[in-house]
Design a protein around this ligand. Structure first.
Ligand SMILES: Nc1ncnc2c1ncn2[C@@H]1O[C@H](COP(=O)(O)OP(=O)(O)OP(=O)(O)O)[C@@H](O)[C@H]1O
Ligand SMILES: [Zn+2]
Length: 748
């Protein structure tokens, strides 16, 4: 028997043993297989995944231990393992975290479901038995009839049908006589969404502009195959082009993956795909049970040229012969994981393009500045759709200075102008969308006597007032306390509400427009399964309706009756300490505004602001992405932000504040020490300092920010990696955790 040498990754959470270990074996192993290995001095048996197999003895390894036994085989092949290793290096996570993306523990835990079926073997014999039955043998008669009428009957369904009656004896009797047999078959758990399946879809032939773009993309994919950035204004018909490309893949026998920012927010888009590609489609919802997810995965493995639709993790679905990845609304932050590994689906997809020549299409009306920069620099192929599919113009935009309104004595959160436009839309039975990216009634409460602001007991954040439930709620950890009108701190003052949320806008709109049908869509109204699509479908079918919502309503909605979109507060989020805040403002407003005027009626967007001179608004006014980009990229260059440099954020957290602070100091010292050893002195290291939200869920949070403009990012990363694994016990005090984020989207 030949001896083989396997490098394995232990299935253990500890960062200390996040390395490849070599074992020898005489067993018949394969790559990606789970094995049991002896580990440590006590030779404790642990599970591990094989990531490399060699036939030659690695020279630096003597006295190798031997694999004890074999476990299940997985879908992890050479390509997948290579991708996981890249993810580990790039995003600085553990091997196990990276491998778990491609072989999730949920899939590991799941199992196929089997059910017993009654199968008719001898029809004639059963017919004879049936004729012999006594007239009052009702149960038996009904049972025999069912079996005669159906080729196969699920045993569970039969039990349900004959609830309370024992039919086992009858079935056993037929089995003994060899009239029927019992067969066990695999069944797939139902994971479909009724609202999605009931939608009708009309297939459009591509118009001339779409067709040109389709040809251009096809050309690129068949020759150079760089990632393609499809920049198309809202309503330009990007989705139709994706579908045409997918059709092409199917013809070639290749599978496709379509990523959408959030499955539940895009029922319309999913419905279009399901209606067009039918049984080829597998939808990976985020709320699938372990069993349902397991079944969807095996379905995907077994469909020829499947079309998988899902949120960011669907990128790792087990599609055989993957040909195309489409990332719709590629500017969305949702493509970035905030849990370890903190990967970015767009970057990983582009890596797949490089490693495995998978075609990648990134679609957006407002790509991220760094994405557009890559397209301009020919790293991506840039193609543009500049007209709406139905040739209608983009909605016209008006900016409302709320300071002027206040001078006129308007105390409402809706400007006079917006009120007038809403009422005219209501008279014409058109529809209106009002956008405010904050839920709840008021941002927070403050005592009018002592100024006390109720805060979360677990997080360093003020509580948001939810009027309907009369509660104060933490939007980070959901901690809740009942609302009291009088101040609990000074016992004298009264609590006043400050700022606005969607709940308050809803109340105001109902008061101002009592005739209108009002819908609200935010995290508080969509907690139930399917409630997103229920609200959207109700809105769609109601004339003269107003939909109020957070960023949830900005994605992919295509309602022809919407003539007016109101942005309640354009200034929101602009003061966040984040270099991306202008870019976010531009794309949010452009996207939400893009919901107006998609049908035959002209669209209008009203933007309320207290700072009408903000330069971003100037570009929004003319739908001028190009202008916005050229101004923004200059700022990025001046201040040395992405794409001109990378930011590495080391986040250190602990229940003990002092330990978090001290550990982050030690990490920083260690980074400087090792950089000096490499004779590197000019790295820009900021901090450590407490995060903007300095405590979440009882954990104190400190951070170090490193900007690499001069030095190779690989060097800094490898140093941090070394410190957080090899020197972990030295730099991290008790109960302290550290994680790394490359170019984080969230800096709080
Ligand atoms: N060739 C066509 N002929 C007629 N109608 C079309 C055509 N292509 C697309 N449409 C329609 O135009 C509308 C917009 O198309 P689609 O949703 O694909 O655009 P989009 O660019 O993905 O939009 P957004 O980014 O704003 O969500 C849809 O109602 C779609 O059915
Ligand atoms: Zn909290």
């Amino acid at each position: 028997m030949v001896e083989k040498y396997c490098k394995v990754i232990l299935i253990q959470k500890s960062r200390y043993i996040d390395k490849k270990f070599t074992y020898k074996t005489y067993l018949d192993v394969c790559l990606g297989q789970i094995v049991h290995v002896p580990f440590g001095r006590g030779n404790k048996q642990l599970e591990a995944i094989i990531v490399e197999i060699q036939e030659k003895l690695p020279c630096d390894e003597d006295k190798l231990k031997e694999i004890v036994s074999l476990g299940e085989k997985t879908n992890l092949d050479y390509d997948k393992i290579a991708l996981a290793f890249w993810i580990r290096d790039y995003y600085m996570c553990s091997y196990l975290d990276a491998l778990s993306l491609l072989y999730p523990s949920q899939i590991r835990k799941g199992s196929a479901k089997f059910e017993d079926f009654v199968v008719l073997k001898d029809k004639l014999a059963l017919q004879l038995e049936y004729l012999d039955l006594k007239t009052n043998a009702h149960v038996k008669k009904y049972l025999y009839k069912l079996i005669l009428d159906n080729v196969e009957l699920s045993r569970d369904k039969l039990n349900e049908e004959f609830k309370g009656k024992n039919i086992s004896a009858y079935i056993n009797n037929l089995k003994e006589k060899e009239i029927i047999e019992i067969k066990s078959s695999r069944i797939f758990r139902d994971s479909s969404n009724d609202n999605i399946n009931n939608t009708t879809y009309i297939r459009h032939a591509l118009n001339k502009e779409q067709n040109n773009i389709f040809e251009e993309i096809s050309d690129e994919l068949s020759t150079k195959n760089r990632p393609v950035l499809l920049k198309g204004i809202t309503g330009s018909g990007k989705t139709e082009i994706y579908m045409e490309l997918i059709d092409k893949m199917i013809e070639e026998g290749k599978g496709s993956i379509v990523l959408v920012p959030e499955i539940s927010l895009t029922p319309q888009t999913i419905a279009r795909f399901t209606a067009r590609f039918k049984a080829k489609v597998a939808v990976l919802h985020s709320h699938l049970s372990v069993g349902q997810r397991y079944d969807e995965w095996s379905k995907i493995e077994n469909i020829d040229a499947p079309v998988v639709i899902g949120a960011r993790s669907a990128l790792f679905a087990p599609v055989r012969n993957l040909g195309l990845i489409v990332i719709d609304e590629c500017h969305e932050d949702a493509y970035r994981s905030e849990l370890n590994p903190k990967y970015d689906s767009v970057e990983v997809a582009c890596k797949l393009n490089e490693l495995q020549a998978v075609s990648v299409i990134l679609g957006s009306a407002t790509p991220k500045v760094e994405q557009y920069y890559k397209a301009k620099n020919k790293e991506y192929k840039l193609v543009e759709l500049s007209k709406r599919a139905n040739n209608k113009p983009l909605p016209s935009i008006e900016i409302i200075d709320m300071k002027e309104d206040a001078k006129l004595g308007n105390l409402s959160f809706l400007s006079f102008s917006l009120q007038t436009k809403i009422s005219s839309a209501m008279k014409k039975k058109e529809q209106v969308i009002l956008f405010l990216n904050r839920r709840g009634y008021a941002n927070f409460l403050s005592c009018d006597s002592c100024g006390h602001v109720p805060k979360c007991k677990n997080c360093d954040i003020s509580l948001t007032y939810h009027k309907k439930n009369q509660t104060l709620r933490c939007h980070y950890c959901n901690f809740e306390i009942p609302f009291h009108k009088s101040c609990e701190s000074c016992n004298e003052g009264t609590m006043k509400d400050i700022g606005i949320g969607t709940e308050r806008i809803e109340a105001e709109v109902r008061e101002l427009f009592p005739e209108a049908k009002v819908f609200r869509m935010d995290k508080d109204t969509v907690s139930r399964k399917n409630s997103h699509s229920e609200i959207l479908s109700a809105f769609k079918h109601t004339k003269g309706a107003i939909l109020i919502g957070t960023q949830m309503i900005g994605k992919g909605l295509d309602f022809p009756m919407v003539s007016l979109v109101g942005v309640i507060n354009a200034d929101q989020g602009l003061n966040a300490p984040d270099f991306r805040s202008y870019e976010r403002m531009f794309s949010l407003i452009e996207q939400v505004g893009g919901r107006a005027g998609r049908g035959d009626i002209d669209g209008k967007v009203l933007i309320q602001t207290f700072s009408p001179d903000n330069y971003v608004l100037k570009y929004i006014l003319n739908h001028d992405f190009e202008g916005f980009y050229s101004e923004e990229i200059k700022l990025r260059e001046t201040f040395n932000y992405l794409p001109y440099s990378n930011i590495i954020r080391v986040l250190v957290s602990s229940v003990n504040e002092q330990n978090a602070a001290n550990s982050s100091m030690q990490i920083k010292d260690a980074i400087i020490f090792y950089l000096k050893k490499k004779s590197v002195h000019n790295v820009n290291i900021m901090g450590p300092f407490p995060c903007l939200v300095s405590k979440i869920e009882n954990k104190y949070r400190w951070q170090i920010l490193i900007k690499d403009s001069e030095v190779e990012i690989h060097l800094i990363k490898s140093i941090i990696n070394y410190i957080l694994t090899e020197k972990r016990s030295v730099v991290l005090l008790d109960n302290v955790n550290a994680s790394v984020d490359i170019n984080p989207i969230n800096m709080v």
